[in-house]
Each structure stands twice: as C-alpha cells, then as structure tokens.
Ligand binder design. Structure first.
Ligand code: HEM
Length: 554
C-alpha cells in the first residue's frame, strides 16, 4: 500500500496543483470579458512536447471534448488559419495551468504589442529557444538587443544587395541547368530552394564562395546542409535535451544523430570564423560574418586591456549564437517562400501571365541583368512574395509579455467595429495570430484568394508601385515592424525577386497532370496539397511529395 501511495501521491499532488492553477487563471481571464479556450496543458509544458503525439486520438473525441489539443503546439496558428477567429472573434485568451496567453488578430492591439518593445519584451523561456550555441539577436531585449543589432546592421546595407541579386541569379541559373526537364515534386523543390538559399547566404552573409554545402570535407562526418537540416528538423528535441549530459551509448539513435549534427555545425561555424580571420582586410564590403568577427575581436581586445567601455562587442558564445540564428533565419524563411510561390503560381496561370508582362517589359535580352536598373522595376514579382507571405508566411507566434500592467485595445464585438481596453498583467503572455490577421476579411471578400495584384497600385501615368492595400484597416506584418523588424527583409525580397524573375522569364509553371488526369483535377490536387500546412520552425506542407509541377520552356 505504501508503495502505491509513494508512486501516486506525487502525481495526485501535481494534478491538484495544476487544477488549482487552472482555476486561478480562469478567474483572472473571466474578469477581462473576452472569449476563453481552456487547456489542461500548454506549449509551456516541455514534457508535453514529448508526450503530445501519443494523445493525437484526443482530437477525435465527441462533442468537441478534445478541441483543446490543437492549441497545445507552439505552431498551432499555422494550421488554425482563420478557424478560431471566425468562430469566437479577433481576441481571445488561452487559459492553462501555466500562464494565460492573450491571442489577438486585432490590428491596433498587434501594433501596440510589437512597436512598444520597452513594455512588451521577449519573455523567458521563449526568448532562449535558439540559444544552444549562445545568446544572440533573437534572444535579447533592451540594450543588449540594440548592441547585437548595431553590430549586424551594416551587413544589410543596400550596397550588399547587389551581391544578393547576382548570387541569387547565378544559383537560379544553376538550379535550372541541373534539370527541370521532368516534373518536380514540391518536396524536391523545397530541398532545391533550401540549397539555393543557403548558397546565397553563405556567399553574401559569410563571404564564402561555398560549393561544398553538400559534400563532406576532411575532418567532418556530415555535410553542412545535413548538419543544419537535421538540427532544424529536430529542433524541439534539441532544445529540450540541450543541457543534458548522457554518454552516447545510452542515447536513442535520434539523439545521438542530433548530438553529432550540433557538434558538426559548431565545427563548420568555427572553420568559417577562422577563414574570415585569415581573409581579414581583403575585400571592400562588410559581410555579416566580418562584422561579427570584428566585434568578437573588439571584445577580446577590451578584455586584455581590462577596459570598462564595452559598447560594440560580441563574446565568443554570442558570435556563435548569432551565426547559428542568421543561418537559421536566413535560409529557411526565404526557401519556404519560394517553395510556396511556385505552386500558387502554377494554379493561377493568369497571375503568371501578369508577371510575364512585367518581365518582358523590364528584363533586357542579354544575360547581364543589372540589380540597380532592374530590381526596382520588378514590382509584380515583389507583389508575388508579399501575397505568398500573406497566405503562407513562415511565422507562427512571436510571444511577448508586458513588464508592467498595460492596457490593450480589444474589439467590442466580433467585427471589431468598436473598441474597449483591457488590462494585461505582467505574468500574462501576449501574441498576434498573424495567419488570422493576414487572412482576415479586413482584406476584402477575396482575402482567402491568391491575388498578388492587391499589392500593386497603378498611377495615372501607368507606373506601378507596391502598396499595402488599406482594406478595412488590414495590417501586414510578414517581416514584423520597427523596431524589431526582420533585418533580412530586403535580403529576402531581392533574393526572391531575382530567383522568381529568372524562372518565370524562361519557364511557364503548370500543375503536373498524372496519366489520364484533367488539367482542372491536377490543379485541384496541387491546391489541396497547398491547403495542408503545418509548423516546424517555419511553415511546411504536410504532403509536399503528393503534387508535382511541370516547367514548360517559353
Ligand atoms: C521571407 C523571408 C523572411 C521573413 C518572412 C522573415 C520574418 C521575420 C520576422 C517576422 C521577424 C521578427 C521576429 C521577432 O520579432 O522576434 C524576423 C526576425 C529576424 N530575421 Fe527574418 N525573415 C525573413 C528572412 C530573413 C533573412 C533572409 C535573414 C538573414 C539573412 C533574416 C534574419 C532575421 C533575424 C536575425 C531576425 C531576428 C531579429 C531581431 O531579433 O532583431 N530573416 N524575421
């Protein structure tokens, strides 16, 4: 009997405590008078991430009893789309035994949360998600964040965008030369675009003309793409087990592989830093890696001098922390946007024709396409990126918490016509539902359609500019906004436009028709695959191998 008590008592106590916390949080949420979704566990429970797959059956319980399950994953907004918001309104509260989280797709509230970075900071433990190599730009608040930002800023100057353009065009040419003869599955396109984006990033950001991303150099056991790819695929496991020291023989094979990938990627970063130090002084432009290595050397100099003035420096850990985060943020997002854009274009031939008109008017007949002359005129190509990110953006949640009790506007009714304010306490999490905000009827009746034309306004003289349509106070935040706006915004735009312009000027993209399949059925199949998105570090398709695209030479 005693043994049974000893086993079950801790569980009973834990269960009672969680029930008590749920009740306390529920009462606090009720006072705000906004819709509530009750969750027995939340994505703040690290142990739940491991157990969650075992409970998938919960979703199929009758009377909506298992509805909570969908909200327990950090990436739930990606799959949710407009479902929750259209049912219960633009602002609601996720109530769990951990912290309450206010979720909002209401533009004035979203603006307040992300513009006021002094009040709404990146909270623990979310800010440390990508710190297993060290603190970095994405894990800091306040002055430390400013320091990291100032150091990395010069690498994103307009002057460097010419290199992004040239490198992207060259890599697109290589990708096409390698063969678009047969139909390409969307899964294959994703891996091709990942490689392309990594090449562009390592050339422009890290100053390396790196043709060895997919070969294993001496002293390594994995290629760079294998190491980074494995870490990204298993990032949640990597985060949970980052600090645990267990001998290799006792680890399950996936953790052993992960450990290898993490140490291999560290080695690649160390080699890149060494390479950069040897190259120092050669070349006129500031690469991202160059800027970071200089700041790291400044730190060492200051330490050796015992100086107290430390305004522009990066420690060793911060150098590697930033290198990892830029590697991660710089290729996954852009590769994803290109992978989504192509099937959307394939299923919307009239959009392709519209883009082709622009390409015929702007691109010269020669293969030498100059950045400064060409890029600003490719407004329709850029609009394709804006629309792709509106419908299939890579970000699921950017969680924040106020440092003090703060008022936030919420809509009074479903339609957001009238506003009141509610008080958000410091222990509460807040975050935008970017997917619902970008697909909201505020964008018009066609908000769920792929229609890049919505981002182009035409002046009386026929000239076109990229404009965020005013809609019914619609808000666009694919790269977030100032001050924590994505530093790679222009980088990703130039890369996307260069690649898409290169492909569309040479090929027409069509849904591949399986034998006996009609054009309409093939298009519907691609559209069906596009509808099934999920989140793992960025937005992915559940069945990318189930649809193929044909590249028809123009
Ligand atoms: C389509 C492509 C991209 C999208 C949609 C995107 C989106 C975003 C968003 C929404 C944030 C804000 C995150 C936050 O508030 O915590 C962000 C931050 C960031 N992005 Fe991007 N990004 C893209 C491409 C890039 C590229 C190409 C790079 C680098 C070359 C990059 C590097 C970063 C970094 C380092 C941060 C953290 C910034 C900070 O905390 O100050 N991103 N990105």
């Amino acid at each position: 009997m005693k043994v049974i008590y000893a086993i079950f008592l801790p569980f009973a106590l834990l269960f009672s405590y969680r029930l008590y916390r749920l009740a306390v949080n529920y009462i606090a949420a009720r006072r705000l008078g906004i819709p509530i979704i009750l969750l027995p566990v939340s994505f703040e429970d690290a142990w739940w991430m491991l157990l969650k797959p075992l409970f998938a059956w919960v979703e199929h319980l009758p009377w909506g009893l298992g509805r909570w399950y969908a909200y327990t994953d950090i990436g739930w907004p990606t799959e949710d789309g407009t479902k929750t918001v259209s049912k219960i309104g633009e602002t609601f509260m996720l109530v769990s035994p951990n912290r309450n989280q206010l979720v909002t797709a209401y533009p004035p509230a979203v603006e307040r949360i992300y513009k006021d970075t002094k009040t709404f900071i990146r909270p623990d433990p979310f800010k440390d998600v990508f710190t297993f190599y060290g603190q970095n730009l994405s894990s800091q608040n306040g002055q430390d964040w400013q320091r990291h930002r100032k150091i990395t800023g010069p690498a994103f100057s307009d002057q460097n965008m010419r290199y992004v353009w040239d490198e992207s065009t060259q890599r697109a040419r290589e990708m096409l030369n390698l063969g678009m003869a047969g139909p390409q599955s969307i899964a294959k396109l994703r891996s091709d675009f990942e490689l392309l984006a990594m090449h562009v990033l390592s050339a422009v950001g890290f100053g390396q003309d790196n043709d060895t991303l997919t070969t294993t150099p001496p002293g390594h056991r994995l290629t760079l793409m294998q190491a980074l790819g494995f870490i990204l695929k298993h990032i949640l496991t990597a985060i949970i087990f980052a600090g645990i020291r267990i001998p290799d023989v006792l680890l399950p094979s996936v953790l052993r592989q992960l450990k290898l990938a993490v140490s291999e990627f560290r080695l690649y970063m160390q080699e890149a830093v060494l390479h950069q130090m040897r190259q120092k002084g050669s070349g006129s432009r500031t690469s991202l890696l160059g800027a970071m290595v200089n700041a790291n050397e400044a730190e060492k100099q200051l330490q050796s001098e015992g100086s107290a003035s430390r305004r522009s420096y990066l420690t060793d850990d911060e150098l590697y922390g930033n290198l990892f985060v830029f590697n991660l943020a710089g290729f996954e997002t852009t590769a994803g946007s290109m992978t989504f854009a192509l099937p959307y274009l394939a299923t919307h031939p009239q959009v392709q024709e519209w883009v082709k008109e622009e390409l015929e008017a702007v691109l010269p007949r020669t293969s030498n396409i100059d950045y400064a002359q060409t890029y600003p005129k490719l407004v329709r190509c850029l609009a394709v990126l804006y629309e792709t990110l509106r419908i299939a953006g890579p970000i699921a949640q950017l969680v924040r918490a106020p440092v003090t009790t703060t008022m936030l506007p919420v809509p009074l009714d479903q339609h957001g016509g009238h506003t009141r304010t509610i008080a958000i306490e410091p222990n509460m999490l807040v975050g935008a539902h970017f997917h619902a905000m970008h697909l909201s009827p505020r964008w018009g009746r066609d908000s769920l359609e792929f229609k890049p034309q919505r981002f182009v306004s035409v002046a009386e003289d026929g000239s076109e500019t990229l404009t965020i349509p005013p809609g019914d106070d619609a808000m666009y935040a694919a790269w977030s906004f100032s001050p924590i706006i994505c530093p790679g915004k222009k980088f990703s735009q130039v890369e996307f436009v260069a690649v898409v312009a290169y492909i569309l000027s040479r090929y027409r993209i069509e849904p591949y028709q399986e034998p006996g399949e009609s054009k309409e059925a093939a298009s519907a199949r691609v559209a069906g695959v596009l509808d099934e998105k999920y989140f793992n570090i960025s937005t992915h398709l559940r069945r990318p191998e189930a649809a193929k695209l044909s590249f028809v030479k123009r």
